[in-house]
Design a protein around this ligand. Sequence first.
Ligand code: DC
Length: 249
Amino acid sequence: MKLSDTLPSNAAPIIAIDGPAGAGKSSVAVRLAGTLAIPYLDTGAMYRAVGLMAYREGWRPPLDPASDGPAVASLSEGRLRLEPGAERMQVWVDEVEVTDEIRSPECSEMASAVSALSEVRRALVPEQRRMGLLKGGVMEGRDIGSVVFPDALLKVFLTASAQTRAKRRYEELVARGLDVTLEEVLKDQAERDLRDSSRADSPLQVASGAVVVDTSALSLDQVVERLAGLFLDLREAGLSAASTDVKKK
Ligand code: DC
């Protein structure tokens, strides 16, 4: 099967959720997938796992695309396993679970650095397409609606103010016992935002046709309800268009 970026007409529907860190993508993706009883895939977890592997091998940011790209990309070959958990993506490297480890600040840094390497994206994107084509579902990341599945049934760009996003991240890190300040989180976030949206390959951007949702003043339930409604409307419209086509034949 050729893994093109064009979805076959009978493919299971895909909801693409992109946006900056802290916009609430993961919580929304997990809850939305549960509500609609469809799979979910957090593609950031894949970049985080490659970041962890590179970190363990001694790489530290900044990375050099020419000299580090091919070697870092080859790290992931055949060593990654992902499964959707009840609250987040579960990840294994060499069959050892790294679900918690990939969420550390060091891994966030490394994930951002490795995700800017074209070779790494060329290794992971076909795998993401394969998983999406197999079962459809909610996929979250930075380039799902723009690069991985530009034909997704519903494309969403989830965002929130920088303060709101940093506060959410800060509270999450403090709850995990990490000693950080809100200022540090804001600074790291600004650096990561800049790197994710200014990189040459697949930068974070609002995909054409995406619905932009600002979650600053919305609860998780409100966001999920809105997206589930949009998805069901689009699916219904698609189904009735398909049945009209069949009747015409
Ligand atoms: O969503 P996250 O914070 O777990 O993502 C980790 C890093 O991976 C982040 O710096 C952005 C990058 N990423 C990406 O470049 N493309 C994706 N589809 C998903 C994540």
